[in-house]
Design a binder for this molecule. Structure first.
Ligand code: ZN
Length: 233
């Protein structure tokens, strides 16, 4: 069984589903593939700066690989797109993602919800492209599509939150899962400002708690009731 995560920037994986990835890894029942469409070249370089703006994509690529290893991702695939340009690159993004999905044929795909959690236009573009591809009959090997989201009960700096009744799966994180998420967050050194903004007590909180120590999924496509992410963690 293959589980394919489809995101826009290095760090999206840790912020959204870092705990879920770590749970899947712990049970070892599936291969975990992470696609990241950009190398986050439009982001910040860290405070104090970790690198120059010119070095940012290379450094963020390394940070992504490091964080993915901490969480337990089996394979990282980085896309060829510029940070902030996914809406303009949707046709090319579609072609690239189609090829990658055809090559790997994952049974389960997970991406952003329609509002991208933060409203970021790249998050919305990767949601739209991933959803469009997954719904087509040539991609019927994809049995389940889920959106990673957060409900209204999480009080945080998020622009868009789901009603709890919209949530299909609540993933409980163990202390170990959350501590692993913390380690992965700290791999994204260039993003220390956004990491510290979202998780204000990251360094002081022992053990670390990722919000309520839960992650949340909405089921968007179901071609086979017998295949369920819950059976894999
Ligand atoms: Zn992002």
């Amino acid at each position: 069984m293959k589980v394919f995560f489809s995101f826009a920037h290095p760090d999206d994986e840790t912020f959204t589903v870092g705990g879920l990835i770590n749970k899947l890894y712990s049970k070892n029942k599936c291969e975990i593939i992470l696609y990241c469409a950009t190398l986050g070249d439009a982001g910040k370089c860290g405070e104090p700066p970790v690198c120059t703006k010119e070095q940012l994509s290379e450094v963020r690529n390394k940070e992504l690989i490091e964080a993915a290893k901490v969480l337990g991702v089996n394979k990282v695939i980085t896309g060829s797109f510029l940070d902030g340009k996914l809406p303009e690159s949707k046709n090319d993004l579609k072609k690239e993602l189609e090829n990658i999905l055809q090559e790997h044929k994952p049974e389960i795909v997970i991406t952003f919800p329609s509002h991208g959690i933060s409203g970021h236009k790249d998050h919305i573009a990767i949601h739209e492209v991933t959803t469009e591809i997954a719904s087509r009959s040539e991609f019927s090997f994809i049995k389940k599509l889920y959106y990673s989201t957060y409900p209204e009960e999480i009080k945080g700096p998020r622009a868009y939150l789901e009603k709890m009744t919209e949530i299909d799966i609540v993933v409980d994180l163990s202390i170990e899962n959350s501590e692993t998420v913390k380690k992965a967050l700290l791999c994204h050194r260039t993003q220390n400002q956004s990491v510290n903004r979202v998780f204000k007590n990251l360094l002081n909180q022992v053990p670390f708690k990722k919000f309520t120590n839960k992650e949340y999924l909405v089921k968007a496509l179901d071609r086979d009731h017998t295949i369920d992410i819950k059976n894999l963690y």
